[in-house]
Design a protein around this ligand. Structure first.
Ligand code: NAD
Length: 491
C-alpha cells in the first residue's frame, strides 16, 4: 500500500502526453474519508492549463493520426488500455477504496473490472458496428458514415470515479474523438492514472488529457465554456447539469447528462421477500448509499409493511461498517466532511417531519484508527407522507425511507411524485402487474425482481430531471459521432 500511495502523493495534470504542474503551482489537498489523513496534493488546472489541454486535444483531433487511423487499429489501443487496467486491478481498487471510502472488495470485484470492460466493450461494439446502405434502384447509392465530433469534455462525480470516467472514455475514444477529462475534486487518484495508462497503450499524445480542479469558476467551468470543446458528457448533480448547460450554450455544445435520482423500490404483497430484502439492502446501502441508482425510497404494500420493516431493519443492523481496506467491510464512510454534513442534516429534517427512526441515525462504534472518519450507521426511517423532504430529495447517503401504500395506483402516484426519473424497482410474482407497473413508472430503467443488472448495449439515462440523452451501445455512439450521408450517382 505504501508503494501504491507514494505514486499518488503529488498528482499533476496530464496534458499532451506529459504530467505537468499547475501553471500557477496551485494545489489542493485530498483526504482519506475513513481517517481524515492527508492522501495527496493535487495540482489545480488554471484557465491557462485548461486552455493548453483543450488546444492539445484539438491538435490531436485535427492533425491525427487518431481520427484517421483505421477503426481496427484505434480499437486495439482502446482494448490495450482495458488490459493494462486489469493488470493494475489491485492497485486501482486499493486507491479507489482509499479515496472514496468504498469497500476494497466492491472496487476489486466490480468497479475496476467493469472499468476495463467499458473500454473493451466499446472497442468491440464500434469495430463491429454495421454501416447503413440504401440503394435507390440502379441510380443512386446512399450510405452513412459515423465520424467523430471533436474534442469532448468528460466531467465525472466522486461516487464511482474510475468506472464512470471509462464509461464515457470508451465510446469517446473508440469513435475517434479526443478527450479532456476532469474527475471530481474529492476523488482524483485513479483517474489521474488514466494518462499513463493511455500512453502505455500507445494512444497518441493529446488524445487523452486529465485536468484536476473544482467546478464553478474553476477547472470545470473553464472546460465547459472553452471554444475548442465540442461536446460535454457530464455525470453529477441535477443543479450542476443546469449550470453546465447555461455555460455551454454560447458555443452551442452538444451535451449528454446523467443526473440525480430518487428511485422508488416498490414491494408488492406477493413479492418473494427472501429475494427482495437482501437486494433492497444492497440497493440502499451499496457504496454507503452514494449511488445514483440507490433504492432510497422503499414503497411497501401495507399488508406486509410491518414484516418488511422488521426484516429489513434486522438485515441493515447486520451490515459491517468499517475500514474500506478490510475485506469483511460492507459499508465504509461518506466521501467527505462537506457531504457528511449534508447527509446527516437529513437526520434533523426527518425528525422535524415526524419520520420514525427504525435503526441507525448515529455514528457507529469503531476502532480508534477510524475515529475521525465520516461514518454513519445504515439508517432506516418510516414516513407515511411521500411528499416529506426525505422522500423527495436525493440524500445520497445510507439513509433509506420506507413508505407504506395500499393500492397499485397509489404506489405509482408515489413513485412518480419526485422531480427525478432515473430508475425504479418492482418486486412482484404477478407477471401482468410487473409489466403494467414497469410501463407506468416514469424512469429510464426499471428492474423487476432484481437491481443493478445491465447489458452495456441497452440505453441508460434518466427521464425528467435525471438527465438528457442516453448512454450505452449505439446510444453512446450517436452522442460521440456526427452521422454523414453520402449519396453517390451510379450512372
Ligand atoms: P457534482 O455535480 O457536484 O459534481 C460532478 C462533477 O461536476 C465534478 O467533477 C465537479 O467538479 C463538476 N462541476 C461542479 N460544478 C461544475 C460547473 N459549474 N461546471 C463544470 N463542472 C462542474 O456531483 P457529485 O456530488 O460529484 O456527484 C453526486 C451526484 O452525481 C448525485 O446527484 C448523483 O445522483 C449523480 N450521479 C448520477 C449518475 C447517473 O448515471 N445518472 C451516476 C453517478 C452519480
Amino acid at each position: 500500500m505504501a508503494e501504491v500511495l507514494a505514486r499518488v502523493r503529488e498528482i499533476k495534470l496530464f496534458i499532451d502526453g506529459h504530467y505537468r504542474a499547475s501553471s500557477e503551482n496551485k494545489t489542493f489537498e485530498v483526504y482519506n474519508p475513513a481517517t481524515q489523513e492527508l492522501i495527496a496534493n493535487v495540482h489545480e488546472a488554471t484557465k491557462e492549463d485548461v486552455d493548453r489541454a483543450c488546444q492539445a486535444a484539438r491538435r490531436a483531433f485535427e492533425e491525427g493520426p487518431w481520427r484517421t487511423m483505421t477503426v481496427k487499429e484505434r480499437c486495439a489501443k482502446v482494448r490495450r488500455m482495458a488490459e493494462i487496467i486489469m493488470e493494475r486491478r489491485e492497485e486501482l481498487a486499493r486507491l479507489e477504496a482509499l479515496d472514496v471510502g468504498k469497500p476494497f472488495s466492491v472496487a476489486y470485484e466490480f468497479e475496476i473490472p467493469r472499468a476495463a470492460h467499458n473500454l473493451s466493450f466499446f472497442a468491440d461494439f464500434i469495430e463491429h458496428h454495421p454501416s447503413e446502405m440504401y440503394p435507390m434502384e440502379e441510380e443512386f447509392l446512399n450510405y452513412t458514415r459515423y465520424e467523430p465530433v471533436g474534442v469532448a469534455a468528460l466531467i465525472t462525480p466522486w461516487n464511482l470515479p474510475f468506472m464512470l470516467t471509462t464509461w464515457k472514455l470508451g465510446p469517446c475514444l473508440a469513435t475517434g474523438n479526443t478527450a479532456v477529462i476532469k474527475p471530481a475534486e474529492p476523488t482524483p487518484l485513479t483517474v489521474s492514472l488514466l494518462g499513463e495508462i493511455a500512453k502505455e497503450a500507445g494512444i497518441p499524445d493529446g488524445v487523452v488529457n486529465v485536468v484536476q480542479g473544482f467546478g464553478p469558476n474553476s477547472t470545470g467551468e473553464f472546460m465547459t465554456t472553452h471554444p475548442e470543446v465540442d461536446l460535454i458528457s457530464f455525470t453529477g448533480e441535477t443543479s450542476t447539469g443546469k449550470a453546465i448547460m447555461k455555460n455551454g450554450a454560447d458555443t452551442l455544445k452538444r451535451v449528454s447528462f446523467e443526473l440525480g435520482g430518487k428511485a422508488a423500490n416498490i414491494v408488492f404483497e406477493d413479492a418473494d421477500l427472501d429475494k427482495a430484502i437482501p437486494t433492497s439492502i444492497r440497493a440502499a446501502f451499496l457504496n454507503s448509499g452514494q449511488v445514483c441508482l440507490a433504492g432510497s425510497r422503499i414503497l411497501v404494500q401495507r399488508s406486509i409493511f410491518d414484516e418488511f420493516v422488521d426484516r429489513f431493519a434486522a438485515a441493515a443492523r447486520q451490515l459491517k461498517v468499517g475500514d474500506p481496506q478490510d475485506s469483511n467491510t460492507n459499508m465504509g464512510p461518506l466521501v467527505s466532511k462537506e457531504h457528511y454534513e449534508k447527509v446527516t442534516s437529513y437526520l434533523q429534517i426527518a425528525e422535524s417531519e415526524h419520520s420514525t427512526l427504525i435503526c441507525g441515525g448515529k455514528r457507529p462504534e469503531l476502532t480508534e484508527y477510524l475515529k475521525d472518519g465520516y461514518y454513519l450507521e445504515p439508517t432506516v426511517f418510516v414516513q407515511e407522507d411521500p411528499h416529506a423532504r426525505i422522500c423527495q430529495e436525493e440524500i445520497f447517503g445510507p439513509i433509506v425511507t420506507l413508505i407504506p401504500f395500499d393500492t397499485e395506483e397509489e404506489a405509482l402516484q408515489i413513485a412518480n411524485s419526485t422531480q427525478y426519473g432515473l430508475n425504479g424497482v418492482v418486486w412482484t410474482d404477478n407477471l401482468q402487474r410487473a409489466h403494467r407497473v414497469a410501463s407506468k413508472v416514469r424512469a429510464g430503467t426499471i428492474w423487476v425482481n432484481c437491481w443493478f443488472v445491465r447489458d452495456l448495449r441497452v440505453p441508460f439515462g434518466g427521464f425528467k430531471k435525471s438527465g438528457i440523452g442516453r448512454e450505452g451501445g449505439h446510444h453512446s455512439l450517436e452522442f460521440f459521432t456526427e452521422a454523414k450521408t453520402i449519396c453517390l450517382a451510379l450512372r
